[in-house]
Design a protein around this ligand. Structure first.
Ligand SMILES: Cc1ncc(COP(=O)(O)O)c(C=O)c1O
Length: 450
């Protein structure tokens, strides 16, 4: 399985770039692409949503971020068709001039879900680019978690270009946050902390209880938090992980995605008050200059929002939670490490070296499992790994087979790259581990449920 014939035609390889960062990115991206493990083309999706066809080869899909499988829900599909019949495939005008009524309908439905004012953006990334430059003042300071999603790092770059003090702090390091906050609060109007609710690679969470304490204790502390991957599968009305843990504070802006478990397109910003929402709607750069979400996706999003509000997702959420718990049990039984074990649908099995990671993902693909190889810049260098997402379309036996094959291939994939599990433990700072080989889980996985 290789893209080598395509490589000859590639206009320019990132590894040949003179830009050092691009070259570092290319180290992972080019190698993965050459082996057919990135930029893969899906030619068919199985109606039950479990598998897809990639390169003429059927694989179980562990890469979908649509964790509840709503993309084929009858009501969501009907929402697309109805919106398209009413407004066509696009309504091509900046929202500043005019927009289809589905926009106002969607913002109303999302506001009902969150109990707060909402502004919808054409994507989560464009939402950050509208909101952060509009709400952060010239005399504010920004602290950004080093693992905050690239889309927010990019928006923080816009602030830096304006001369705003923006400092990166170690991942989830609350002691560093507290001391920097104390220092910056003395000289700045507001101090913003920019972070993810659920981190999209390692699947770990922001320490929301500590962040809530800081919000209570420090009047100048403001939280800008992105819960793109936390949406729909948890929280009241499926409002996501952040809102399942804390109330919407008066100094908090929450960004969520409609592109993932919401099964539509776009992003949404949830504000503590109407004044901030209107500021971003009217003055946010991408709110003015970027095009709108096309009517079909607005129709899908309205339908998905109605399902959230009606409590119609509970059964899917429950099924997903059981599959996640099952996966955690299976990984533990196999001795496979995780970056962090949580109850989120995002899983990350540390592998370390890029070559070993690609070996493992390639072997899994050959065995019929589509998993994500994750490397720099999505992860720190030399801390790559196998990322996968559990979705509600999968079955326990799919997870059993996948975990058994992952365990089977783990050590050989490392060895073929000159690495071993001890090196992985050192790279990730996790205890040494031994992966069980030739595992067979007895169907349907009840023996370890007690
Ligand atoms: C935390 C987070 N924020 C933002 C995004 C980008 O979202 P969008 O595609 O809506 O711009 C992603 C994409 O994976 C993400 O994981």
């Amino acid at each position: 399985m290789s893209n080598t014939n395509l490589i000859a035609d590639a206009p320019r390889s990132a590894t040949r770039s003179r830009n050092r960062r691009t070259a570092a990115i290319g180290e992972f991206m080019d190698r993965a692409w050459q082996r057919g493990l990135l930029h893969q083309t899906v030619t068919h999706r199985d109606p039950d949503g479990r598998s897809v066809e990639v390169g003429g080869h059927e694989v179980l899909n562990f890469g979908s971020c649509s964790t509840l499988g709503l993309e084929t829900h009858e009501a969501v599909v009907a929402g697309v068709l109805d919106a398209t019949r009413r407004f066509g495939t696009q309504y091509s005008s900046s929202r500043v001039y005019s927009s289809v009524s589905l926009y106002a309908e969607l913002e109303g439905l999302l506001a009902a879900m969150f109990g707060k004012p909402v502004v919808v953006a054409a994507s989560t990334t464009l939402g950050h680019c509208a909101a952060l430059p509009a709400v952060v003042g010239d005399h504010d300071a920004v602290l950004v978690d080093m693992q905050a999603h690239a889309s927010m790092q990019m928006a923080v770059g816009l602030l830096r270009a304006r001369g705003v003090t923006a400092t990166v702090i170690r991942h989830n390091d609350m002691a560093a946050l507290q001391s920097k906050l104390a220092e910056l609060a003395a000289t700045h109007d507001k101090v913003w902390y920019v972070a993810d609710g659920l981190y999209s690679m390692y699947g770990d969470y922001a320490p929301l209880d500590r962040l809530e304490e800081l919000l209570e204790a420090h009047p100048s502390f403001h939280l800008y938090i992105d819960d793109a991957h936390g949406m729909s599968w948890t929280g009241a009305n499926g409002t996501g992980y952040v809102r399942s843990q804390i109330e919407h504070h008066d100094r908090m802006i929450l960004a969520v995605s409609l592109n993932k478990a919401f099964a539509a397109g776009g992003g949404a910003l949830v504000f503590p008050n109407q004044e901030l929402a209107e500021l971003v709607r009217t003055c946010g750069s991408t709110s003015i200059f970027s095009g709108p979400i096309p009517p079909p996706m607005l129709g899908a999003a309205c339908a998905a929002a109605r399902l959230h509000l009606a409590g119609a997702l509970r059964e899917r959420q429950h099924r997903l939670a059981e599959l996640i718990a099952h996966t955690n049990r299976r990984l533990a039984a196999a001795g496979l490490p995780q970056a962090v074990a949580t109850d989120s649908p995002v899983f990350f099995v540390p592998v370390g070296e890029v070559e070993a990671c690609l070996n493992l993902v390639e072997r899994m693909k050959d065995d019929g499992f589509l998993l994500n190889s994750a490397g720099f810049p999505a992860t720190p260098r030399r801390r790559s790994g196998v990322r996968f997402v559990v979705n509600a379309n999968l079955r326990e036996e799919d997870l059993d087979r996948m975990v058994a094959r992952l365990a089977h291939h783990y050590e050989p994939a490392l060895q073929a790259a000159g690495s071993d599990s001890a090196a992985v433990a050192r790279a990730f700072g996790i205890p040494e581990f031994t992966v069980a080989t030739d595992l067979q889980f007895s169907a349907p996985g009840r023996e370890d449920a007690a």
